[in-house]
Design a protein around this ligand. Structure first.
Ligand SMILES: CC(C)(COP(=O)(O)OP(=O)(O)OC[C@H]1O[C@@H](n2cnc3c(N)ncnc32)[C@H](O)[C@@H]1OP(=O)(O)O)[C@@H](O)C(=O)NCCC(=O)NCCS
Length: 124
């Protein structure tokens, strides 16, 4: 088990009332919220590496650059794929794509940092 470039993970959710822009306060329309998409993308990156990370370690998000290019209505499915594209010491880079049933809806470049959770919480 090691953190090798090329690791990939895909998962799916359905847009519901609780992940709309209205519910998140990020807009007034009943469509998939940008912060909900970002959280789903970050969660997909976490799951992409969880089986390959030393059990005593964890990762924290340090950067996410996101484009949200198309709205998705309640009831539609959103699929997200995260790929580990670079491993630079403790710094991990992911390319993440999200799509609904009609095509791409967003993308992110995301960086995570490998940490010791005990030391991290002492410093937080
Ligand atoms: C991750 C963290 C512990 C790293 O801090 P550190 O151990 O003091 O290490 P450094 O500040 O030397 O940073 C290490 C590297 O990460 C980079 N980095 C740290 N934070 C960054 C950020 N927000 N964006 C981009 N790069 C960042 C630094 O530039 C450095 O890169 P280098 O090795 O190429 O010089 C600290 O940035 C942090 O706590 N961030 C908040 C993370 C968080 O709470 N996320 C939400 C919970 S998941």
């Amino acid at each position: 088990m090691s953190l090798d470039k090329g690791l990939s993970f895909t998962q799916e959710i359905t847009v519901e009332e609780n992940n709309t822009a209205i519910a998140h306060g990020s807009g007034k329309l009943p469509v998939f919220a940008t912060p909900a998409m970002v959280a789903f993308m970050e969660n997909t990156a976490v799951k992409c590496i969880e089986n390959n990370l030393d059990k005593a370690l964890d990762t924290v998000g340090i950067q996410i650059d996101t484009k949200h290019i198309k709205a998705t209505k309640v009831g539609k499915k959103v699929t997200c794929t995260a790929k580990l594209t670079e491993v630079d010491g403790k710094k991990l880079t992911f390319e993440i794509e999200a799509a609904d049933e009609d095509g791409p809806i967003g993308s992110s470049l995301h960086k995570r940092y490998v940490i010791d959770p005990i030391k991290f919480m002492e410093r937080a």
